[in-house]
Design a protein around this ligand. Sequence first.
Ligand code: PHE
Ligand code: FE
Length: 289
Amino acid sequence: MSDHAPDRPPPGAAPDWTIPQGWADYTPVEHRTWVTLYERQMRVLPGRACDAFLRGLEQLDLHADGVPDFERLNEKLRALTGWSVVAVPGLVPDQVFFEHLASRRFPAGRFIRRPDQLDYLQEPDVFHDVFGHVPMLTDPTFADYMVAYGEGGLRAQGLGQLHNLARLYWYTVEFGLIDTAQGLRIYGAGIVSSKTESVFSLEDPSPNRLGFDLARVMCTPYRIDDFQQVYFVIPSLERLLEETQSDFAALYDRLKGSPDLPIEAVLPRDKVFTRGTQAYARAAAQPGV
Ligand code: PHE
Ligand code: FE
């Protein structure tokens, strides 16, 4: 999702903004980058990523051979949940993004970061989009949640409430944690595609880790430029889907009158998994650092 995408598809893109992946055109260096990133993540994710993610990775055979060929990937993914991956030139307008999701198509960047950008990159590339997002789309419950999100996005846009709904995406699809019998696990794509945040999100004493609450999440701003100051924990994927089934129109109306919360707030009614020190955020905010 983005406010920064141009209004019309660039030359060579279809009206729905899709482009051919051009898998044969990836260079050996680009395939190497995928392998390097894949291997790094597989050293940190077992025991940290949730079972659904790790299972999806297996089922799709997103192994360390290089950038996946979407055509081959889609055969497996379609058979599992009816989803497919389509290549897009970069960020696409919100409307286009939601329409793809509502039709079970996940728009993914085709480009991959340069070898000197392994740790950080502003725009989502094929590693973030495919390694990060697609394994969860093999889970039937999560797959349905993403469809509902696309439909909800189109509605929220009509109601002028995208800023609230975007936070739901951020704190679930991108940076969500899930409570399991073995402890907290990661399901958010922004975390699982980052080596440092995979560890930080679960183990660092700095961020708050709070129970997921729909209205609460919609009032919580987020940061796009550094590790999160708060992570929200869902009890299960089924509960996430259930809690987002209701029509959000009434909730949006209520939210119109209520101010945003400070990003690091812990409220008396929050279910607190970890009360963070916020030491990381404070140090990162020092001028000149
Ligand atoms: N129930 C939401 C609505 O009425 C749709 C939605 C579902 C949005 C799941 C996001 C996630 O708008
Ligand atoms: Fe993403």
